[in-house]
Design a protein around this ligand. Structure first.
Ligand SMILES: Nc1nc2c(ncn2[C@@H]2O[C@H](COP(=O)(O)OP(=O)(O)O)[C@@H](O)[C@H]2O)c(=O)[nH]1
Ligand SMILES: [Mg+2]
Length: 604
């Protein structure tokens, strides 16, 4: 399917062999596997008990995943529907990338009560008619504003999605306009912040009364809200309410259209393009990696031991100086930023209250319940969204952009100095021809992002244990590499980090809504309800603030960790550019570098 990319990977095989390093070889095997068997993630989302698990069971026509009426702690479960040449299997993938084969009982037990070290469960189901080679379905614990853990798991996982099936219940889903259980509202707001723009969202309305059609009023209403919240018109699938087939059975909702959709998506142009782009950039990075190693070896072989030792010393020094920035720049910046958040939130709260009170005084709505519904569906989320963007998010952006610039300057300076030191030694010892051959390596110093990705995602340990799918990795990687500053990635990474923080703030809108809802059904006289409502809204906004402060601070702590990891990765990359004890077989290395040069045209 990705013949061009595969050809490139095959073309650089001799280079990979020449490099002869375990991690590079493992990486290339892993990449090959991924290209030959490309994955995309279809993630089932929706409020707890909307029917996600039942729908997946219905899709595979087996009552296999445990269905629950009450929210529990739960793990993300991956479902691979394969053709019947393969066996059914149950796997647990742990956070340290260990993979364990389970029997069905163990699997079911872990589904219901996952252990803290569990990353995910994987179920492989053979089915000839439904096989989806390359699509992985993910059943999620669902969103539930009471179970904090779910939110954390989802916030981490959702950015991996390539396509989303959002499940709502026909009767209860999206804004009954009555209250606290309206998690969908908060969830959809958060979702929009977390996914890539090109991710398709299918709105699946479950448990529709028999004969419901798309023009049904309730369906239109649900779609209208979803449209408002997502800013796009999702495709809609209607699932009829079905009865369980027996006393100890669960309902297996089914609609052919879901398979049609999934199969269409499997072969869609946009999916394939996205994958191709991702693979292409990985193969290129792999090539550049090999190229760099070979050039460094060639240079080492031409230089004296004394020169080599000096370079290795320099490597260590500059790497150490880059790592120092963790204590001198990253730690203090985040400490300040985190300490300033409460003040910024207070400022935002004042602004939000002012804006909402203005709208409230200007409204001509005579009915309080109607106004409450409007407040919760529009005023609170939109005002909070806009104001917290202006006051909180933009502030964080300024601080982080500045941090980024300072880190970038420091890293550039260290790399430049290191490169100069190497250049001087090359210049004074090498002839022009070999100098040119060796030199290109300097441009690539500090850019080794690929290795980090594969290490992180278990590419080395248990191949296939990896959790990140290729297509979404571009985004994920950018997020993880915030602070790694050599390309347009930085901009994306920052945007992504800010989006996550925006999602946190949007999620906390639920707390405000919950407070305002308390007024529903309370009968106040016409003259006083606006005053009462204004007071409640202020309380609600307080609740938003209380929820937002610690969550945003937590997001920032995570971001700090990501920055620190990046600095380590950049430093390690410099530190390993010249290897110790390289043989002096300059002729061999020269040949290898020429080979690498001759392949460069593939990656321009
Ligand atoms: N009668 C009936 N029950 C359903 C249907 N879909 C889901 N359910 C029930 O709704 C409850 C929650 O479903 P579940 O799949 O666990 O929801 P999840 O939390 O979104 O995964 C379970 O008791 C299901 O049996 C349906 O079409 N008909
Ligand atoms: Mg479920």
């Amino acid at each position: 399917m990705f013949d061009d990319v595969l050809r490139k990977l095959e073309a650089i095989e001799p280079l990979i062999d020449a490099v002869n390093k375990e991690e590079i070889t493992a990486l290339s095997h892993f990449l090959y596997e991924r290209i030959v068997h490309p994955d995309s993630y279809v993630v089932f989302l929706g409020e707890t008990s909307s029917g996600k698990t039942s729908i997946i069971n219905g899709f595979v026509k087996q009552d296999i995943l445990p269905v629950k009426a009450i929210p529990t702690t739960a793990a993300i479960t991956e479902i691979d529907v394969v053709d019947s040449s393969q066996d059914e299997s149950y796997l647990a993938i742990f956070k340290d990338a260990r993979v364990k084969l389970l029997n069905k009982e163990e699997f079911l037990r872990l589904c219901e009560s996952p252990t803290p070290d569990l990353e995910r469960l994987r179920l492989t189901i053979p089915s000839d008619e439904n096989a989806l080679p390359g699509l992985k379905l993910f059943d999620t614990p669902g969103f539930d504003s009471i179970v904090q853990e779910h939110e954390e798991v989802l916030k981490e996982f959702i950015p991996n999605a390539d396509s989303i099936v959002y499940v709502v219940n026909y009767r209860t889903g999206i804004l009954r306009q009555s209250g606290i259980e309206d998690n969908d509202f908060v969830f959809l707001g958060m979702l929009k912040e977390l996914i890539r723009k090109d991710v398709e969202i299918i709105l699946l309305i479950n448990r529709c009364p028999q004969g419901t059609v798309i023009s049904d009023r309730r369906v239109k209403e649900i779609c209208g809200y979803a449209h408002d919240l997502l800013g796009t018109e999702p495709e809609v699938l209607l699932f009829e309410d079905v009865s369980p087939s027996g006393p100890n059975q669960h309902a297996l909702p089914f609609n052919e259209e879901l398979s049609v959709y999934l199969k269409r998506y499997l072969h869609s142009e946009s999916r394939l393009c996205h994958l191709e782009e991702a693979f292409d950039s990985y193969v290129k990075e792999l090539y550049l990696n090999c190229d760099k190693i070979l050039r460094a070896r060639y240079a080492s072989a031409l230089l004296s031991d004394e020169d080599n030792n000096a370079i290795i010393e320099a490597e260590k020094e500059h790497a150490a100086r880059i790592r120092e920035s963790i204590n001198t720049i990253i730690e203090p910046t985040f400490q300040d930023l985190i300490a300033t958040i409460p003040r910024k939130i207070d400022q935002a709260k004042a602004e939000i209250n002012k804006d909402i009170e203005r709208s409230l005084s200007e409204t001509d709505r005579g009915d309080m319940d109607e106004m409450i519904a409007f407040t919760n569906a529009h005023l609170l989320p939109f005002t909070i969204g806009a104001v917290s963007k202006n006051i909180v998010i933009d502030y964080i952006e300024v601080v982080l952009t500045d941090l980024n610039n300072r880190l970038e300057d420091l890293i550039q300076k260290e790399i430049l100095e290191f490169n100069n030191q190497v250049s001087v030694r090359l210049n004074s010892n090498l002839e022009v021809a070999s100098m040119n051959l060796a030199n290109k390596l300097l441009q690539e110093t500090g850019k080794n992002a690929l290795g980090k990705y594969f290490i992180q995602y278990g590419g080395m340990g248990g191949a296939n244990a990896g959790v990140a799918n290729a297509a979404s990795h571009l985004l994920k990687e950018a997020g993880d590499l915030f602070g790694k500053t050599f390309s347009r990635e930085t901009h994306n990474a920052l945007k992504h980090a800010l989006k996550k923080i925006g999602a946190t703030s949007m999620k906390a809108v639920g707390a405000a809504i919950a407070v305002v809802v308390e007024l529903v059904g309370v009968a106040y006289q016409y003259a006083v309800w606006k005053v009462k409502l204004a007071k409640k809204i202020r309380k609600g906004v307080d609740a938003w603030g209380e929820n937002t402060i610690p969550s945003v601070q937590k997001d920032l702590l995570k971001l700090k960790e990501a920055n620190i990891n990046t600095i380590w990765a950049v430093a390690s990359d410099i530190e390993t550019s010249f290897e110790e004890d390289v043989s002096h077989d300059a002729d061999l290395y020269e040949k290898q570098v020429r080979l690498s040069d001759s392949l460069g045209y593939l990656f321009n």
